[in-house]
Design a protein around this ligand. Sequence first.
Ligand SMILES: Cc1cc2nc3c(=O)[nH]c(=O)nc-3n(C[C@H](O)[C@H](O)[C@H](O)COP(=O)(O)OP(=O)(O)OC[C@H]3O[C@@H](n4cnc5c(N)ncnc54)[C@H](O)[C@@H]3O)c2cc1C
Length: 359
Amino acid sequence: MLAFAGRLPFLDLDQHAAAGSDRLLAASEEYRGSSAQRPAALYIIENDRIRGSFLIINARDRWAFLISAMGAFGHSAENMTPERATDIIKQAAGVPDLAVKILGIAPWTASAHVTEQYRYGRIFLAGDAAHEMPPTGGFGMNMGVQDVHNLVWKVAAVLKGLAAPSLLDTYHDERQPVARAITEQSLINATSMGRLEQTKKNAGARPEYLNEQGMIFGATYTSRAIVPDGTKAPHVADPVTDYVPSARPGARAPHVFFQRAGAQISTIDIVGNGFVLLTAGDGSIWGEAARELANDHLLPLKTETIDDEAFMSAYDLDPSGAVLVRPDGYVAWRSRAMTSEPAGTLRETISTILDRIGR
Ligand SMILES: Cc1cc2nc3c(=O)[nH]c(=O)nc-3n(C[C@H](O)[C@H](O)[C@H](O)COP(=O)(O)OP(=O)(O)OC[C@H]3O[C@@H](n4cnc5c(N)ncnc54)[C@H](O)[C@@H]3O)c2cc1C
């Protein structure tokens, strides 16, 4: 892989393919071309002589070039001198007199691994330590951020004595299956493009590639930190491409715009930084119960009343219903209507999730 600085001038090449896997990273510093016509952070190159991807490194003027299927094009990690790397970059850019300064060359091989356990006693694996996947789809770093998002509120709750240590086991239960699915799909992307093989065969990416809203937004969790409400998961024709928003417990709380104090905001802007109980218009009793619970147990638990049809529809609530969203933005519990004893229901719910209070 080769990295260098500047805007890329190869935009009249109309060649498409895949994002890369295979081998080398090299770098150059002062490179200024003209990619103004079609600026992008990623350019995929595939022709008879080279297969690879230009990737922006610093969002301005430094680039990497990832060479794929090196063997098929007569290259190897061993023979990748700076001179050869320079030639390859010029060839890929389609600009023979391109000024290239190589900053570094590094061998790298794509892989697909997921740890069997996310937790080993007091050690929690996250990011690439827990899963490595081909970059075809751009999921690796995102998965790492999501891992930590899932873990940190649990660690904080346990350290503050709000939750039992058993809450930490749900980190593995929730994240490991998602990592398996995403790694598998990233690998399928890569193989669909012929990126993992020393093959010259041009293989178009499968149609799902970079059309992966289901993978991005649709991951759901099943664990004891999620309280099922007895509803069935929505039908999703293709879990890779299709995202069907749902407020079913275990799903990511869906985005819905609503009005607050004359301003339009989104439900996803009010969740996070503690638990949030979202209630529909007739949910004041839920709100009182939540405030009492928060005071009694020093819980980070806020309430937001959203008197809005679109919200009730998206969250599948009656006007008296409520949804509890965890600090990581996932729905922990939902009551589609008022229960006979809302305070008790809420207390039991939080007790189940945290495996502590009131027990
Ligand atoms: C070509 C390519 C393209 C990619 N594109 C995308 C993309 O578009 N989107 C995306 O989401 N992801 C992408 N990724 C994946 C992403 O880069 C990784 O998933 C992410 O960097 C992993 O972050 P991490 O913090 O878990 O691990 P790392 O980034 O590997 O960080 C681990 C750090 O720990 C340090 N370290 C290791 N051992 C020790 C030690 N013993 N003591 C102290 N420090 C140590 C290392 O030096 C390193 O700095 C891509 C990856 C590649 C290779």
